[in-house]
Write a protein that binds this ligand. Structure first.
Ligand code: GDP
Ligand code: GDP
Length: 459
């Protein structure tokens, strides 16, 4: 399934340049002379996981002797007819011209939704035009540089609401690349596709901590519910919703409802269940009753999340019913410090599922933790880091010799995984590896997600 995006705007604002960038081909001739060599064109485009058809309006070499305005209006109307959304492009460097205003009024009257794009916004030269563009009454302009490819992620974000829902098939948790592939990925550009795909969340926790209540509050009326659907696995049901333009998918709510009815004596079962759910999720939300802080079972689940390489956020629920809040928080921090050093800095959010309090904070934490889980650290930064470490805290001597660490590169995200090339991997003590992981986490600020280190042999 696809949708159609029309590029509209006066000549020379960069429509062809953007068209080429979106279509990924050198299809159109681009020229500094206004209105040169253009035609009515459409092409399939793919950007950041979105597929759509892009339609350019031009054909200004039309040989009628109509006025420029009249011809443009005809072209634009034709394009708008078949478009789901129009990108109205202005030139941020040139500022807003009378022709732009003419266009804007045309577009405001039409039925097709319009996104305002301020092109040529690279560097500071585009700033005045960007502010002027607000005057057009078409909402906030999206700054872009079609020529330099800047701002494309924001454009994808803005287009997302117009995209038809993806097929269920594509929504599985992304498979990890095969172990042992040590190609650096830290230097590749961020894949913008993550924005289009829902973040898969699991809610886990002991019976009666408030998981079902939280689910209901999260997808309550004030949020856009994009449909409860059967899917995923045989007995799981997922619920999708959106919040601040991001898609979320809660997995295994069916299992959760079932579990809620089972009583507390089957705790072993609950843990096995949790493991199954954790494997379906990207971010795991561990719900804890703030009045019975982090017992053994909570910590077991938290450890499983780390071992499975998922991102973790802890919700301290029933905060409304806590008497001594300062003490409750201190207790949680002490317990986490003592037992979950592997994911130092995990986000702990105090909420009341019943009263719907702090749920925005909770979703914010989920987003930021998810972002860390997807982090890419450039190889150059990793190597500067490892050089610093070797200088101040080199590995211990083994039989009078020091293991040589050659270089580091990130080989995987979700969770961040760094390969370390060393001459004798077996001689690098566990304790030193743990030190490296902790230091890496602090240096690159990766709270709440497991960080992995792979040792690779290199002479
Ligand atoms: P169209 O007439 O709207 O299709 O505009 P074109 O795509 O032909 O671009 C007109 C001129 O603007 C060309 O010289 C492009 O190289 C230039 N241009 C397009 N996009 C950008 C941009 O993002 N920044 C700058 N500085 N110039 C651009
Ligand atoms: P689940 O077994 O984890 O799904 O827990 P439920 O959602 O069924 O909640 C168990 C009990 O805790 C219910 O009586 C809820 O009303 C109550 N509860 C849930 N969230 C809160 C909360 O934020 N504050 C208070 N005071 N009670 C809550």
């Amino acid at each position: 399934m696809s949708f159609t995006v029309a590029l509209v705007g006066r000549p020379n604002v960069g429509k062809s340049t953007l068209f080429n960038r979106l279509a990924g081909k050198k299809l159109a001739l681009v020229d500094d002379t206004p209105g040169v060599t253009r035609d009515w064109r459409s092409a399939p485009a793919r950007m950041g996981g979105l597929s759509f058809t892009v339609v350019d309006t031009a054909g200004l070499e039309d040989v009628t002797d109509d006025s420029l305005e009249a011809r443009m209006r005809r072209q634009t109307e034709r394009a708008l007819d078949r478009a789901d959304v129009a990108l109205f492009i202005v030139d941020a460097r040139a500022g807003i011209t009378p022709l732009d205003r003419h266009f804007a009024s045309l577009l405001r009257k039409g039925k097709t939704p319009v996104l305002l794009v301020a092109n040529k916004a690279e560097g500071k030269a585009g700033m005045p035009g960007l502010y002027e563009a607000f005057e057009l009454g078409l909402g906030e302009p999206i700054p872009l540089s079609a020529e330099h490819g800047e701002g494309m992620a924001d454009l994808v974000q803005a287009l997302l609401p117009f995209a038809p829902k993806e097929d269920e098939e594509e929504d599985e948790v992304e498979a990890a690349p095969a172990e042992g592939s040590d190609l650096p990925i830290g230097d590749q550009p961020e894949p913008a596709e993550d924005l289009a795909k829902p973040i898969q969340i699991a809610i886990v926790g002991r019976p009666n901590v408030g998981k079902s209540t939280l689910l209901n509050s999260l997808i309550g009326e004030e949020r856009v519910l994009t449909g409860p659907e059967a899917g995923m696995t045989r007995d799981a049901i997922s619920v999708d919703w959106e919040w601040r333009g991001r898609k979320f998918r809660l997995v295994d709510t069916a299992g959760m409802r079932k579990r809620a009815r089972v009583d507390a004596k089957v705790e072993k079962l609950a843990v096995a269940d949790a493991l199954r759910v954790i494997r379906m999720a990207q971010v795991v939300l561990l719900v804890v009753d703030a009045n019975q802080i982090l017992d053994k079972q909570d910590l077991t689940i938290a450890r499983m999340v780390v071992e499975e390489g998922r991102a973790l956020v802890i919700a301290l629920n029933k905060w409304d019913a806590v008497d001594d809040r300062a003490m409750a928080l201190r207790q949680v921090e002490d317990k986490l410090q003592a037992t979950l050093a592997q994911i130092k800095g995990v986000e702990v959010v105090t909420i009341s599922a019943l009263q719907g309090k702090k749920l925005d904070t909770l979703l914010d934490s989920i987003l930021s933790t998810y972002a860390q889980w997807n982090r890419r650290i450039p190889t150059a930064q990793l190597n500067r880091w490892i050089e610093g470490v070797l200088e101040h805290h080199p590995p211990p001597l083994v039989e009078g010799r020091r293991v040589k660490i050659r270089y580091a590169t990130q080989v995987k995200t979700r969770p961040p995984t760094v390969a370390l090339f060393v001459n004798k991997p077996l001689d690098l003590p566990e304790s030193y590896q743990r030190y490296l992981i902790g230091h890496l986490r602090e240096t690159f600020e990766l709270p709440g997600v497991p960080v992995r280190l792979l040792l690779r042999k290199q002479k």
